[in-house]
Design a protein around this ligand. Structure first.
Ligand code: SF4
Length: 437
């Protein structure tokens, strides 16, 4: 019996790729282990969005050296965005690595392993073929929830982002393959799926036949067993009102929209190469709220982008009030080498970035608390996810809008059950509820 251990860094796309790596390994006879010391194969599926993340991963790779010294047959593979970005440099920096596998090549993992076993030499495959997306089945990590990638890559080239350089150009999976995936997951007992793409709103545009994200949403209607469909990430430039109409008429797509705005200043949005204005963004949001009742809206915001003035930052604070987000994921801008923003003039000093971040979080936390308190007394459906990580006497589930609700442990409930719960208390980050029987 051979064991594999996969550690995943970064975004949901990487989680999804890890599930696809896992399925291939299991098909060739490997079994999963949570114990890195027991593994015959270790895969670090990496991220390079931030330089700090990359340094941490190099640290982890260094720690694996002693395992390789103990077990000469151990195979160590580095996959994902950092493998794609650093390529053969990874072998120079860490010769105990056996395999470097790029973002377009996870379908080759088993052949790469066989080559290492045959030749005892470094193996690397970092070719980027933007014409085809391999169809690979996943081994979902959860029992009722699964990721379903719909497109890969990005054509946007935001000036702070490394993703298009390591994930390549946008390429969409055929609708039939996605529907087939979701159907299979439905028959296997999965009830909640999340459609994944760097930019889901550009789905199908590469087919050049009128297909778009709205067409896909319509095609996913009424699949047996599927109760909830989520999607991420959206892009304000490509999201259209007709896509919002499709989301609104779907009986399974949940009322949740993660629409990254990044800045409330048109000047900074231009420097970020985002290709929309604050006015366009707010118009989309208002249309979505009019057509999708009880919509939960979240966003991503970067503070301290090069050249961001007090006035630009004030625009972002104003936007928070206007957009009335349920939650905002806020980030301090950090330089990512290889991106245009890293060499822009007028880098904002760290102290200013920190002060702005705190101001932003203070404003957003007040809004989040108000919105969560407004849910008190209302009833929502939840899918039970299991014990809370912070309180052993509580379990948790999520509302259709993806808000986490803690409720008292109940032996009659099981992971994956769909229940109703009344919200008894709303806090900034979490809600408390009582299951209704
Ligand atoms: S849309 Fe922008 S931020 Fe998102 S992956 Fe593409 S380049 Fe990066």
């Amino acid at each position: 019996m051979k064991f594999y251990y996969i550690y995943t860094y970064g975004c949901q796309m990487n989680e999804s790729d890890s599930e696809r790596l896992a399925k291939q390994l299991e098909d060739s006879g490997y079994k999963a282990t949570d114990d890195v010391n027991q593994a015959d194969l270790i895969i670090l599926n990496t991220c390079c969005v931030r330089e700090t993340a990359e340094n941490k991963i190099y640290g982890r790779i260094g720690e694996l050296k002693h395992l390789k010294e103990k077990n000469k047959n151990l195979i160590i593979a580095i996959t994902g965005c950092m493998a794609q970005k650093n390529q053969a440099d990874m072998f120079k920096r860490a010769p105990h690595i056996d395999i470097v596998l790029g973002t377009h090549n996870i379908q080759h993992i088993n052949e790469m392993i066989a080559e290492v076993q045959r030749t005892h030499k470094h193996q690397m495959n970092i070719a980027m073929d933007n014409s085809v997306l391999p169809e690979l089945e996943a081994k979902p990590g959860g029992s009722f929830f699964a990721w379903v990638p719909i497109n890969n890559g990005c054509n946007k080239f935001c000036t702070y982002c490394i993703v298009p350089h390591v994930r390549g150009r946008e390429i969409s999976r055929p609708i039939s393959a996605i529907v087939e995936d979701v159907r299979r997951l439905g028959t296997q007992g999965y009830k909640e799926i999340t459609l994944l793409g760097q930019n889901v709103n550009s789905y199908g545009l590469d087919f050049k036949n009128g297909t778009d994200f709205g067409t896909l949403v319509d095609a996913l209607e009424g699949i047996p067993g599927i109760e909830r469909i989520r999607y991420m990430t959206s892009h304000p430039q490509d999201m259209t009102k007709s896509m919002i109409d499709a989301l609104a008429r779907s009986s399974v797509v949940v009322p949740q929209l993660h629409l990254p705005v990044q800045s409330g200043s048109n000047r900074i949005l231009k420097k970020m190469n985002r290709h929309y204005t604050v006015e366009h963004y707010l118009d989309l949001l208002s249309y979505a709220r009019q057509h999708i009742p009880d919509l939960t809206v979240t966003t991503d915001i970067i503070v301290g982008f090069p050249g961001e003035t007090d006035e630009d930052f004030k625009g972002t604070l104003d936007l928070l009030h206007k957009a009335d987000y349920d939650m905002a994921y806020t980030f301090i801008y950090s330089k990512r080498s290889g991106t245009p923003a890293a060499t822009m003039d007028e880098q904002v000093p760290d102290e200013i970035k920190k002060v702005r971040l705190q101001q932003l979080m203070d404003v957003q936390n007040e809004i989040s608390l108000r919105k969560n308190k407004a849910m008190e007394g209302k009833t929502y459906s939840l899918i039970v996810e299991g014990p809370s990580r912070t309180d052993e006497h509580m379990w948790f589930g999520r509302t259709p809008g993806n808000k986490m609700v803690l409720f008292p442990q109940d032996e009659e409930l099981h992971i994956g059950d769909t229940i109703k719960a009344r919200i008894v208390k709303g806090q900034t980050w979490v809600l408390y509820g009582t299951p209704i029987k």
